[in-house]
Structure formats: structure tokens, C-alpha cells
Design a binder for this molecule. Structure first.
Ligand SMILES: *Cc1c(COP(=O)(O)O)cnc(C)c1O
Length: 686
């Protein structure tokens, strides 16, 4: 099943950083060797494009964080090279200008350039790419004038004054203003051609670049050779080729390459120094190939050592925890979007702590995927989301006490009007409140009954209610039997009549919505502006829902895992747990797991009803489940040992336990199993 992953973007970092080291260990360029230098310059645009690509994938929301990280990295870099600056006598007043505009050491120019170029690209990203990229391209052209084409422009007085001005501030035009924005935006555009087109494009632009470089090099008009006209074209095709192949990620390489980039000039200095001390300068330094290899190896070794010094990252150390599969969530969003009718957006239900998954964690991830509307059950759930930094509309589906109306305004929440007398309460609060109007079309839970036209219209007359939506809830959409279909169609028709009537009276209903998971899967044609999808988003369906007839596949997002506290022998005739719930008929080996019913594991799974997975094997639950612990039989799992991880929901090797299994074993629905998972469980996204 599992396709081999090839994290092309991360892997290319390795090549890119090796090229950077190669560029910095070359000596005076011999015949044609300078040409290699030109080609080795793909590294920096590549790194910039990767940054742009990931910034754009998060809708540029993490731009602030990215800038902070870059600034910190640059701060470390500046400090690291201060001794060398001092040694080289560079700590003149001009040093501060260079720190800000050019980089304090030769390789560090890239970081201040990002710090300047990213805000520019961020600003341009608000325009359509068709407008933003040409603007950035124009900046690049200006930059070219100060680089490879300087000889052409310096002859024209106006331009020569202009560039002299630029060079008062910057040493080079290969900087944050002229160079970085274009590559950031090209990365952000995420252009992917077919592999064939990419390869052909790459070869053609490479040929063009070589011709351009040869001509320019001969002409002697170059001031510096980092920028060529055909470079962006080469990069577009190279990046497309990488994106097309890219699958998965290799985070370890990201850190390693960053550290190598940061420290390799120091290694160069040290290698040179060491060679001098042992009197082998001729062999080790003057031969550029040997020098390159020495610097490369020492940079990687030193970086690896530095990385080993940092504390190990987020290995799960808890007693019991929940793992969320980010890829599965993304997959489900994409699958659900594929069946959304035209004009209909997802409004995920993240009530009950996102069905046990962790509301802020899930909503944050959904925000990143471009989802900007959510629904919750209570006003405190809405407040929690806002405090967690969630953006967009948040609709409170349930009742809110008038004492808490102030929270609706403080946290910019939208309240549901649950009936006509509640509308009056909301109105006499005296301040404007955003509301969605709920219509009861046959569930007989919340909402104004659909046939009470006069009451519905009256809500529109309340001055303090800002009505931004209207909705109803289908209660029999799980399967399309003749009876249920007739009922559901009746609900939809009643809702439709209400809306037509309001429209006829010239009243604006705002967003219209009626589908939840079952509704969207069975009756996508009923559409509306939002689909309030809950359970399906988490990759499971309620029992009884007709999985066969829906045309999409969903993947469970959540796993529940617990630590094996200890493994012990239980001899024939001995009992285990409360109330002599288990009696060993033969000699057994049992394991104690640190998870219990207070964590949301149903006590009804006691005494052999449930099972867990340890080391890819099944272990039945024995005896009565306790509040914080439970016992399993591991006689058939000889490898089981204290410290192991047991899976209560999720997969281990080829075996799987789903929330559906637990629901079936305990006579309930997946929604209940998931939403009751305890607050004691640590939730992490993997
Ligand atoms: C919980 C809820 C939803 C989401 O239901 P799922 O079946 O989980 O998709 C939608 N609408 C309302 C009114 C709800 O209470």
C-alpha cells in the first residue's frame, strides 16, 4: 500500500548547501571554471523559493513567525562571525550599514535580504500572481542593471546616478529589494508543469543561461555575477521538477543544511589555519578540490555534532496520549471539498473539543487550509478558539445564557437564535449581536418552527440582531431509505419555503446552511452556502451511516495510545483487578496500561469485550477497566515490555482498531466514543 516517499524539496537542500560550500571554497576562476560558479548559484534562489512555497501554502499567515526565525538566525550568524570581522578589521562605522543591508559576512547576505524581501513579497502577494510577479520581475530587472548588465547602464548618465544612489546603501543589487521578492513569489506560485515540460524547459533555459553568461563574461560589462536574465526561468523549471516529485518531508535535513550554511565559512578559516600550522598549505589549501572536500566534511561533522547537543525533540513521554494525523485531516478536507456543491464552503463542527481531537489544534490546521467558518456548541468553546488565535466566523449552535452574552461580543462569536422568545432576550441585551436564525423543520430540537412565518419575520424586526445566516438541521439523512428520504425532502422543502418567503419580503437571510456530514454525503444536491461537517472531517462516520453510497474515502485522523506501565505474571487461579473481575485459568502474562475510563475509554469494554494492539499483535482487555488504568493479557506477545506503546484506537503494523469498533463493542456511536476522550490526554499533531 505504502508508496515510497521522495521528499524532493528537502533532499535538494542537501545538494544546494553543498553547492554553496563549493562556491565559497573555489579559488580564482580559471578558464570556464567561472561558468560552474554561475550554475552553482541555483542554491540561494532555491532556498528562497522553498520559503515562498511554504509561506503561501499557509496563506502567508506565518510570515511574522518566519521573519522572527530568520532574524534570530541572522542574529546568531552576526555574533558567530564578529571575531572574524574584528580580525579582518571590518568593525568600522560602515559595519552597521552592512549588517542591515548587505550581511555582516560574505555568506550572510541572504538572511538580511530575506528580512527585507519577505515583507515586500507579502505585500505583493495580496495582488493576483499575474500582477505581483511582473512587479517583482521589474524589480529584478532593475537589479540586473546593477549586476551583470552594469556596463550597459553605467554609460547612461541618469541611470548611472540612480545606481550610484543604490550603491550608497547596498553593496550589491542582489538583495532583499531587487532579488528576493521575485523568487519568493515564484515559489509561492507553486507552478508545476508535467515532468516532460519541466525537463525541456530546464534544458532550454540552462542553454540560454550559458550563452548569456558566456557573452557577458567576454564583454566585461559585469559588475558582479549573481544575477542573469535567464536565471528565474531556470529556477521555475527546476522548482517545478522538484515539486512534481515531492512527497513527504525530511525535517532532519532542514536543520542540518541550515547549520552547515551558517558555519561553513568558519570551517574554511579553521581548515586554512590548521593547514598553515602543520605546514601543508600547498597540499590542502591550494588544491581547491581537496579544500572543498575538507571544508565540506568538517562543516557537516561539526553541524551534526552541534545538532546532537540539542535536547531530543517531542518524543512522546506521556502515560497516554492522542496523535493526530495531519495528512489524514488534509486528505479528508480535500475529499469533502471535492463533493461540495458549487458555492458551498466547509463550516467544520469543532464542538466538544473537535470531537475529542483538540479544538484549537484542529481549527488551526483548518485555518491553514483556508477554512474560515466554524461551528461550536457553546460560547466557551467559541472563546477558547479565539484565545487560541482562530480566525474567521464562529457560530455557537446551542443556547447561551444572557449573563454570557457579553462573551459573544468580546470573542466576536455568532449566536444561534433558538426560538422567538430567545430572540427577544438577545435584542434587549441592547448591543448589536451577530446571529444565525435556526429553523425547526421536523427534528423538534432548537429553532423556530418552519410554519410560524410571522415569528420568523418578527426576528428580522429586532433592531439589535444582525442576521448573517439562517439554517436548519436534518435528522434522518444517514441513509436514503424511502421513508427517510421522504422525510428529509420534506425538511428541505419546508426550509426552502421559509427562505423564499423571506426573500419575497425583501429580507436578506445571509448564509444558508442545512447539511451536516450525513447530509453532505447523501444529499449534496441540497447545497447551501455552508456544510457543517463534523464527524466525516475526522475520518469516521456514525454507525448506520451508509458508507458504501458515498463517493469519497476518508481516513481516521485520531489515534489513542497508552504506555505499558509494567508486565507481570499471573498464575493459574489468581485474580486480577477490582471485584475479582478476571480469574486466570492458566498461567498468564499481563500488562498494566496507564489509561482508564477517566480518559474516555468506555468501561463497557471490560472483561474481554475490548482489545488493544501492542507490537502489532492484539491483546484482550481483562478484568474491569479502572479509572486510570486497565489490564490486558499479553501471554501471546512475548516481546511486550514496560515502556512499550499500546494502541487503543489506531494502527500497529497491519492491524487496526477503529473508533467504529469501539462503538460497536459498547453499543454506541463513534461520535460519543470520540467526544468523550478525556482532557487528561496530551494531543499532538504528527
Ligand atoms: C454537531 C452538529 C453538526 C455536525 O454534525 P456531524 O454529523 O458530526 O457532521 C452539524 N449541525 C449541527 C446543528 C450540529 O449540532
Amino acid at each position: 500500500m505504502k508508496a515510497k516517499k521522495f521528499p524532493a524539496l528537502d533532499d535538494f537542500r542537501l545538494i544546494a548547501v553543498i553547492l554553496v560550500v563549493a562556491n565559497h571554497t573555489r579559488s580564482a576562476d580559471g578558464e570556464f571554471l567561472w561558468l560552474l560558479t554561475v550554475l552553482r548559484r541555483v542554491s540561494v534562489p532555491f532556498f528562497i523559493m522553498v520559503s515562498g512555497y511554504f509561506l503561501a501554502r499557509g496563506n502567508w499567515r506565518s510570515t511574522g513567525k518566519f521573519l522572527t526565525k530568520t532574524a534570530m538566525l541572522y542574529g546568531v550568524g552576526v555574533l558567530l562571525y564578529l571575531p572574524l570581522n574584528y580580525y579582518a578589521g571590518q568593525l568600522s562605522p560602515d559595519f552597521f550599514r552592512r549588517v542591515i543591508f548587505d550581511g555582516s559576512f560574505y555568506h550572510l547576505w541572504y538572511l538580511p535580504a530575506l528580512l527585507l524581501g519577505t515583507p515586500i513579497a507579502y505585500y505583493l502577494s495580496r495582488f493576483k500572481p499575474q500582477a505581483a510577479i511582473p512587479i517583482a520581475g521589474a524589480l529584478y530587472l532593475i537589479g540586473l542593471g546593477g549586476e551583470s548588465y552594469y556596463g550597459l547602464v553605467s554609460g547612461i548618465p541618469v541611470l548611472s546616478t540612480l545606481y550610484n544612489g543604490i550603491f550608497q546603501v547596498f553593496d550589491y543589487t542582489r538583495n532583499g529589494l531587487f532579488y528576493v521578492p521575485l523568487f519568493l513569489l515564484l515559489g509561492a506560485a507553486g507552478i508545476v508543469f508535467s515532468r516532460r515540460t519541466s525537463v525541456i524547459g530546464l534544458l532550454c533555459s540552462l542553454a540560454a543561461l550559458i550563452v548569456e553568461a558566456l557573452l557577458l563574461h567576454r564583454s566585461g560589462i559585469q559588475r558582479h555575477d549573481s544575477m542573469y536574465f535567464f536565471f528565474p526561468f531556470l529556477m521555475i523549471f527546476l522548482f517545478s521538477l522538484l515539486l512534481e516529485a515531492n512527497q513527504g518531508e525530511r525535517r532532519s535535513l532542514r536543520q542540518l543544511t541550515t547549520v552547515v550554511y551558517l558555519i561553513h565559512p568558519w570551517c574554511l578559516v579553521l581548515v586554512r589555519g590548521a593547514a598553515k600550522v602543520i605546514g601543508l598549505t600547498g597540499l590542502l589549501v591550494e588544491n581547491t578540490v581537496v579544500l572543498f572536500i575538507l571544508v565540506l566534511v568538517s562543516s557537516f561533522l561539526l553541524s551534526q555534532m552541534l545538532l546532537l547537543l540539542q535536547p531530543p525533540r517531542s518524543v512522546q513521554t506521556g502515560r497516554a496520549w492522542i496523535e493526530l494525523d495531519r495528512a489524514a485531516l488534509r486528505h479528508n478536507v480535500q475529499q469533502l471539498r471535492s463533493i461540495l456543491p458549487e458555492g458551498c464552503a466547509l463550516m467544520p463542527a469543532v464542538k466538544a473539543n473537535a470531537y475529542g481531537h483538540g479544538a484549537v489544534l484542529i481549527a488551526k490546521e483548518l485555518n491553514r487550509l483556508g477554512i474560515t467558518a466554524f461551528c461550536v456548541a457553546t460560547v466557551t468553546e467559541g472563546a477558547e478558539l479565539r484565545r487560541g488565535g482562530i480566525k474567521g466566523e464562529i457560530l455557537v449552535l446551542g443556547y447561551t445564557h444572557p449573563e454570557q452574552f457579553y462573551m459573544l461580543r468580546r470573542y466576536r462569536l455568532t449566536q444561534t437564535v433558538v426560538d422567538i422568545s430567545y430572540a427577544r432576550l438577545l435584542n434587549i441585551y441592547g448591543k448589536k449581536l451577530k446571529v444565525h436564525l435556526k429553523i425547526d423543520t421536523g427534528m423538534h430540537r432548537l429553532g423556530i418552527p418552519a410554519d410560524r412565518k410571522e415569528e420568523i419575520v418578527r426576528v428580522f424586526n429586532y433592531r439589535n440582531l444582525v442576521i448573517t445566516g439562517i439554517f436548519t438541521h436534518l435528522c434522518a439523512a444517514d441513509v436514503r431509505t424511502a421513508e427517510k428520504e421522504k422525510f428529509t425532502m420534506g425538511q428541505a422543502a419546508a426550509f426552502d419555503r421559509v427562505i423564499c418567503d423571506l426573500n419575497k419580503r425583501g429580507l436578506n437571510c445571509g448564509k444558508i446552511h442545512l447539511l451536516s456530514s450525513d447530509g453532505l454525503l447523501q444529499y449534496p444536491e441540497l447545497a447551501g452556502d455552508y456544510a457543517r461537517v463534523g464527524i466525516a472531517l475526522y475520518g469516521v462516520l456514525s454507525q448506520g451511516a451508509d458508507m458504501e453510497s458515498c463517493r469519497i474515502n476518508l481516513r481516521p485522523v485520531l489515534s489513542v495510545k497508552a504506555r505499558v506501565a509494567l508486565v507481570k505474571d499471573l498464575y493459574a487461579g489468581e485474580a486480577a483487578g477490582y471485584g475479582l473481575g478476571y480469574m486466570a485459568e492458566s498461567n498468564r502474562k499481563i500488562a498494566v496500561l496507564s489509561i482508564g475510563y477517566a480518559d474516555g475509554i468506555p468501561r463497557a469494554l471490560s472483561c474481554g469485550k475490548g482489545r488493544v494492539l501492542i507490537a502489532e499483535s492484539e491483546a484482550p482487555i481483562i478484568g474491569l477497566i479502572c479509572m486510570d488504568q486497565l489490564l490486558v493479557d499479553v501471554t501471546d506477545i512475548p516481546d511486550a515490555a514496560a515502556g512499550d506503546t499500546a494502541v487503543l484506537i489506531g494502527t500497529s503494523g497491519s492491524r487496526q482498531i477503529t473508533a467504529c469498533d469501539l462503538a460497536e463493542q459498547t453499543g454506541t456511536i463513534t461520535n460519543e466514543i470520540l467526544s468523550r476522550l478525556g482532557s487528561r490526554l496530551n494531543r499532538i499533531i504528527v
